[in-house]
Design a protein around this ligand. Structure first.
Ligand code: C5P
Length: 242
């Protein structure tokens, strides 16, 4: 069994996306959000700049780590990369479902080598920046949602624990993949925050109502004048106390 990111309180569903190359700022932000969010998501921007040492520094805050690696390569290479990330003890890590069945199976098998510390391995189905026309241009016929469901089923059949998805897709994915398949949703905006470049947005409470297990929230927290206060407000909204 993977060591899941424990959710006993509503705010623990939140993984704050720390997208910066400023290591001190990232570590300070993470520290300031302990007890207000469930974990920290580090992605390509931070990891390319600071690598595992940087991730270790941020992890000193003690919160669970989601390594948003989005691996997509031949199975042997993805397995090796995932194995290389295991010493960081991430609670969540991800790959692209488009890498195919064998690649996802290799990723799941590599994660299992961590035993009791096995992270949940999620798959990215169709990037939320792509629409039906973009899929057509890369030779995928049909609509985004059917491709998302197809890739999620393939992921589930190959040992993957869940997917990163738009809130728009949560209902279809719950139907297709059942109650235990983890759904992690970015594109979250509280009613009081700016939308930025996200287009298909939902509020935190709406995402959970639809069935998301984990919420990735970046700028509404990290870009706020008082990130801790913003996180607290979102936590209260999730708890229904807003
Ligand atoms: O600042 P914001 O809340 O928009 O941050 C969302 C985070 O989720 C970013 O780190 C972004 O890379 C990530 N993400 C996303 N959409 C996806 C997958 C990941 O916005 N489909």
């Amino acid at each position: 069994m993977p060591r899941e990111a424990e959710v006993t309180l509503p705010h623990q569903r939140i993984f704050v996306a720390i997208d910066t190359t400023d290591l001190d700022r990232a570590a300070a932000l993470a520290e300031s959000l302990v007890g207000l969010v469930g974990g920290v998501k580090l992605g390509k921007e931070f990891l390319t700049a600071h690598g595992p040492q940087g991730a270790r520094r941020v992890a000193q805050c003690g919160m669970p780590l989601f390594l948003d690696t989005k691996f997509h390569d031949i199975p042997n290479t993805v397995a090796g990369a995932l194995r290389a990330a295991l010493p960081l003890k991430p609670r969540l890590i991800n790959v692209h479902a488009a890498g195919g069945a064998a690649m996802m199976r290799a990723a799941a098998d590599a994660a299992a080598e961590a035993g009791d510390d096995r992270p949940l391995v999620l798959a990215v189905t169709v990037l939320t920046s792509l629409d039906d026309d973009d899929l057509k241009a890369i030779g995928v016929t049909g609509e985004v949602e059917s491709q998302v469901v197809r890739l999620a089923r393939l992921a589930q059949d190959n040992g993957i624990d869940g997917v990163v998805c738009s809130a728009k897709e949560v209902t279809a994915l719950r139907d297709a993949c059942g109650p235990n398949f983890k759904l992690l949703t970015p594109g979250i905006r509280p009613a009081w925050s700016a939308t930025g470049d996200q287009k298909r947005i939902v509020t935190p409470a709406e995402a959970v109502r639809l069935g998301s297990d984990y919420l990735v929230i970046g700028r509404p927290i990290t870009g706020a004048d008082d990130p801790a206060d913003a996180a607290r407000r979102i936590g209260e909204e999730l708890a229904g106390n807003a």
